[in-house]
Design a protein around this ligand. Structure first.
Ligand SMILES: [Zn+2]
Length: 171
């Protein structure tokens, strides 16, 4: 086992009351601390509450986690970075209208950025809409972000691989 999650808060889908999500999220954060396993945060329409909980957890000690499939704003990304979190981008960052998200991705420090498929959804451009998404498609997300960040694809791949190894403790 490499990580705990996805955990986190989601106010978009109305399946579970927010208080219940908060209780479970906090339990996962504590479990991450006890086991030294990374945690994977899902956050949808819940940025303020999520940051608040991460801040509270940070008071208890360093955080080893990632904001998965990040689609928040710059202030949220910065707050997460200040708390020591990694930020991971999925296929959505390649979509034509995702200018703001690409600008955020451009500003994530080299040692904190990750990429992911989030398959079977979020197939990147130019295969958008095709299902299922699959791991091989990650190359499109990587190419998009390498260009945005002004680094060769090889270099960006090496950087994100190193970050994943550090976060999830594998080599
Ligand atoms: Zn998710």
């Amino acid at each position: 086992m490499r990580a705990i999650g996805e955990t986190g808060l989601d106010a978009y889908w109305d399946y579970t009351p927010l208080e219940v999500q908060q209780t479970l999220f906090d339990q996962h954060l504590q479990l991450s601390r006890e086991t030294d396993l990374a945690f994977v945060v899902h956050m949808r329409d819940c940025a303020a509450a999520t940051i608040e909980m991460l801040r509270a957890a940070r008071q208890r000690g360093p955080l080893r986690g990632v904001m998965h499939s990040f689609t928040g704003d710059l202030a949220t990304a910065q707050a997460c970075l200040e708390l020591g979190m990694f930020i991971s981008f999925a296929g959505m960052v390649t979509f034509k209208k995702s200018h703001e998200l690409r600008q955020i991705a451009q500003q994530i420090p080299t040692d904190r950025i990750l990429i992911e498929t989030d398959s079977p959804y979020l197939t990147p451009h130019p295969h958008r809409g095709k299902r299922p998404n699959e791991p091989a498609m990650i190359v499109h997300t990587a190419a998009c972000l390498a260009e945005v960040r002004g680094v060769p694809l090889d270099q960006f791949a090496a950087e994100t691989t190193a970050n994943a190894q550090r976060l999830f403790q594998f080599d």
